[in-house]
Design a protein around this ligand. Sequence first.
Ligand SMILES: Nc1ncnc2c1ncn2[C@@H]1O[C@H](COP(=O)(O)OP(=O)(O)OP(=O)(O)O)[C@@H](O)[C@H]1O
Length: 249
Amino acid sequence: MAEPVLELSDLVKSFGALRATDHVSLDLKPGEIHALIGPNGAGKSTLIHQICGTLRQDSGTIRLAGKDIGHLGVAERSRLGLGRTFQVSSLAPDFSALRNVMLAVQAQQGSSFRFFKPVMRDASLIDRSMAMLERVGLQDRARIPAAELSHGERRQLEIAIALALNSKAFLLDEPMAGMGPEGSKALTGFLHSLRQEAPILLVEHDMDAVFALADRISVLVYGRVIATGTVEEIRRDPAVRTAYLGDHA
Ligand SMILES: Nc1ncnc2c1ncn2[C@@H]1O[C@H](COP(=O)(O)OP(=O)(O)OP(=O)(O)O)[C@@H](O)[C@H]1O
């Protein structure tokens, strides 16, 4: 059995009397899409925040490629290969798609000597950033300001940035939100191939996308994982049908 890329063990997070994360353990294996689903308020965002480091767990551990990252800050987790996209767009709207990728790479490298080298003249950085735009199919949009890209293109750009940062695991928080049917279909196809670059923890309300993409699904209800399994196992699970899926199953 392959070692998990991301592993959450017994995570707990409370807000006052409310236990938003209640002893959650789950993992992400190489090459897989693991979807996290559950009703509103189940604790999906709270869990994602703890993985990224914007919220600190009360107890439990978070490992990325075997390393305990649960005590590290957001930037350090990103540097170690946690690629998070979508919930808060980090794009610079006035800058071109290409420049957005370049700035992200440069920021991650964080080396002050680069300050003296104008970013748009750094040929190796341009090449690497263009390669990432090609990988997500945005090469023809490289010079377009991020603000002028379509909703779907901005998501592709965020993934290009996550790729450029050598992510070991992707956390995608509701990537289908706000996409029309065509956009969702295109993004579903793209995510299908993205798992080969790095496994994906996918938080998504769009059940068509989840059922089409997920290798495994975990169902979160009131902060607890009530089931983890394949699409078929989750569709058949009586507790999941009662708590969440209902007609979707
Ligand atoms: N900062 C906070 N302070 C207090 N309570 C919080 C805080 N953040 C979240 N909660 C509560 O924790 C619970 C889980 O919320 P969370 O946003 O993680 O759920 P979710 O599954 O992401 O919901 P949705 O699908 O609507 O985004 C909810 O009851 C919410 O009200």
